[in-house]
Design a protein around this ligand. Structure first.
Ligand SMILES: [Fe+2]
Length: 561
């Protein structure tokens, strides 16, 4: 009997099924501490990190329930495909646990694991990983530059190849668009197609391409993620639709919300207005980020080893370029909605105000003058929206939509249209000159789902490395952007509207049908990632062709800051 029990007791040596909703991930390291975060689907108790030699030290977590994570009929979760368990939008109960591990020494990695006890007394533990505090200046670091995962087909393959190619990275700079609909819980945790956000970044994905199952990479357990807000981190008016997709689409400017909902009183909070315009609640609940800027977690700056990273909130609502009368798009309202302003989309609503004189602009100006910034060896600015790109999403300009109401001779409304004067592009007009003057070496961004890079006349590098999970194409040759007719000054159909020419990759560019080297990668078969190596100051970009699972990862471009 004893022998039998002994055998039985060894069963946990078998691979255990996932127990916690996520494995732990690292956030906001300081000189002697780091935050450890994980999620469960039970409130539970005794949530803790054990760490150090023999895992003998303990850090107790504090627990908060996520307020807005929900599922709906479009969720791919549980047995939804067969049963349709979420016909209506339903709150999903998820708890977030966070513990601060302190007393760390720079450069010393420490083993850790987390555990949570469920109400029935069962203890669930994570795997064992290592953590570290903030790297000191002079520490050689490998930093993953990534964006636009969004549960796209190649994301798991991409992250798996990152780890297979360069090993463990020390940090992740993520230029926005982590998921598609931020309040849909399963997109973060357990989409049943296998490519949710945390599984891909924790080596627990299960996504098949070309008869090969990719697991993603065990990255977030070891390396802190520094994200920027993309358009996909922003929800529209809270509770405004019968699906989460509809709610996502229903964003309107804050100024319009004040007019549409005049019942707001002095006592109603800022959140009241956010719920009637747009919000980043779930993103802010999931990540622990610096909160020292006027924008709280929405924009911030950190020093990470030799890098000063400035993260901006520069993103706007994406709407269709379609000009048919039934589309609420970039350039127009729907014909059927003309007499119902509460149904309007107000064009590509700017979420992150950055025009000269805005609080974010003023904060950026001060940050660029700060000692931390000025003295940093590497000065990097990251945001979601592209300043230079061959991609689709650089048109129209990043500026507040100018509304034009076309009226018939009797005064009735015939159309509501929007224009975006390129001369008023806040990124190009206000932000880029500021960055270039301040000596920023790299501006890193995403949004158009392709790889391309540029160098300005004074040597500032611009890199978009968002061909991670899929592409939205490059506007070159016959592939023109869909733009309104008759105004090629504001709406540029081909090339980079902001002038700089794309750089041909230095090592192994792909070749076009004309056999000429292409200055971009825009592919649904070839996935791309970039690594910043602070020891050499070089940024190396790699490609992997998912059609050939056994093929090598190819380093195709490299440049130095
Ligand atoms: Fe985007």
């Amino acid at each position: 009997m004893l022998t039998l029990l002994g055998v039985f007791n060894r069963e946990p040596m078998m691979p255990a099924p996932p127990q916690l909703l996520t494995e732990p991930f690292l956030q906001l390291p300081t000189v002697n501490s780091v935050q450890v975060v994980w999620f469960t689907e039970f409130a539970g108790s005794q949530h803790a990190v054990t760490y150090g030699a023999g895992l003998k030290q303990t850090a107790i977590a504090s627990t908060v329930k996520l307020s807005r994570t929900r599922e709906d009929r479009e969720s791919h979760v549980g047995a939804q495909a067969e049963t349709g368990q979420y016909q209506n939008i339903k709150l999903r109960d998820i708890w977030r646990h966070e513990a601060k591990v302190t007393g760390l020494s720079a450069g010393v990695r420490v083993p850790y694991r987390v555990s949570s006890v469920r109400e029935d007394g069962t203890t669930f533990s994570s795997g064992e990983y290592t953590l570290a505090s903030l790297p000191e200046s002079g520490t050689p670091l490998k930093i993953l530059l990534t964006s636009d995962h969004q549960l796209k087909p190649m994301t798991a393959a991409n992250l798996q190849k990152v780890v297979e190619t360069v090993g463990r990275v020390d940090g992740v700079f993520f230029a926005g668009d982590l998921i598609n609909i931020p309040d849909r819980a399963s997109e973060w945790f357990d989409d049943n197609r296998g490519g949710a956000f945390f599984p891909c970044l924790q080596g627990r994905a299960k996504y098949e391409i070309a008869k090969t199952v990719y697991r993603g990479g065990a990255i977030a357990q070891y390396a802190p993620i520094f994200p920027a807000i993309g358009n996909h981190e922003v929800m529209g008016r809270y509770g405004s639709g019968d699906s989460l997709g509809e709610e996502f689409e229903n964003s309107i400017p804050r100024a319009i919300a004040k007019k549409l909902y005049p019942e707001q009183t002095e006592t109603q909070t800022e959140q009241w207005l956010k719920d009637r315009s747009f919000n980043t609640n779930t993103y802010e609940e999931i990540f622990t980020l610096p909160e020292t800027s006027p924008g709280g977690k929405t924009y911030y700056a950190i020093t990470f080893g030799d890098v000063r990273l400035v993260v901006l909130y520069v993103t706007n609502m994406w709407r269709s370029y379609n000009l048919t009368p039934d589309v609420r798009g970039k350039y127009q309202e729907r014909q059927q909605d003309l007499d119902r302003p509460e149904k309007w989309g107000y064009g590509q609503v700017i979420f992150g105000e950055i025009a000269q004189g805005s609080p974010q602009y003023n904060w950026l100006e001060a940050e660029l003058k700060s000692q931390e910034f000025q003295q940093a060896k590497y000065k990097i600015v990251m945001f979601h929206h592209p300043p230079h790109s061959l991609g689709d999403n650089i048109v129209p300009a990043y500026t507040d939509p100018v509304q034009i109401r076309d009226r018939a001779t009797d005064g009735s409304l015939e159309a509501v249209r929007y224009e975006y004067p390129r001369a008023a592009d806040y990124i190009i007009r206000d932000v880029v000159p500021l960055l270039e003057t301040a000596g920023v070496q790299l501006v890193f961004y995403g949004h158009s789902h392709l790889w391309n890079r540029f160098i300005s006349n004074n040597g500032t590098h611009f890199l978009e490395t968002s061909n991670v999970g899929n592409t939205y194409g490059a506007a070159v040759g016959n592939k023109r952007r869909k733009v309104p007719p008759g105004n090629n000054k504001d709406y540029v159909a081909l090339g980079n509207p902001n002038g700089l020419e794309p750089i041909v990759p230095t090592i192994a560019p792909l070749r076009g049908e004309d056999d000429k080297p292409q200055p971009y990668i825009a592919s649904n078969d070839i996935t791309v990632f970039s690594i910043f190596n602070t020891a050499t100051g070089t940024i190396s970009s790699y490609r992997f062709d998912t059609r050939f699972p056994g093929s090598d990862v190819v380093k195709f471009d490299e440049f130095a800051l």
